[in-house]
Ligand binder design. Structure first.
Ligand SMILES: [Zn+2]
Length: 116
């Protein structure tokens, strides 16, 4: 049984995580941040352990994020890994032009400054 567990950000617009757990064991995660003031969301990375890939788990995480934050404008961190762009394009991503072009706001940068 797969569970998606959100670990909320400590600061507004700070880094949050969705953990993918199978039978209670983490097999992947997604880092993201959302600014509720600006209604912006950025997915920083999605990681799934190799034995658990090709089962649509990463897709489930993205669907969950989009559903959890209705009305948010989403973008992603720069996409460098081979195959990663194919993954993103296979999703029902609302704004293809923001793939790999993160739209960040001052609140997100501020959250980073306070945590680093
Ligand atoms: Zn903001």
């Amino acid at each position: 049984m797969v569970e998606l567990v959100t670990i909320p950000a400590e600061l507004p617009a700070g880094l949050a995580v969705v953990e993918i757990r199978e039978h209670g064991v983490a097999v992947g995660d997604a880092d993201y941040r959302v600014c509720e003031v600006c209604r912006l969301g950025v997915v920083e990375q999605v990681r799934v352990d190799p034995p658990f890939r090709r089962r649509g788990l990463a897709t489930q995480v993205i669907i969950k994020l989009l559903a959890d934050w209705p009305g948010c404008r989403w973008s992603t961190s720069p996409i460098n890994a081979p195959g990663a762009l194919c993954f993103w394009k296979s999703l029902d991503w609302p704004e293809p032009e923001t793939l790999g072009s993160p739209v960040e706001c001052a609140h997100m940068r501020h959250a980073d400054e306070r945590t680093s």
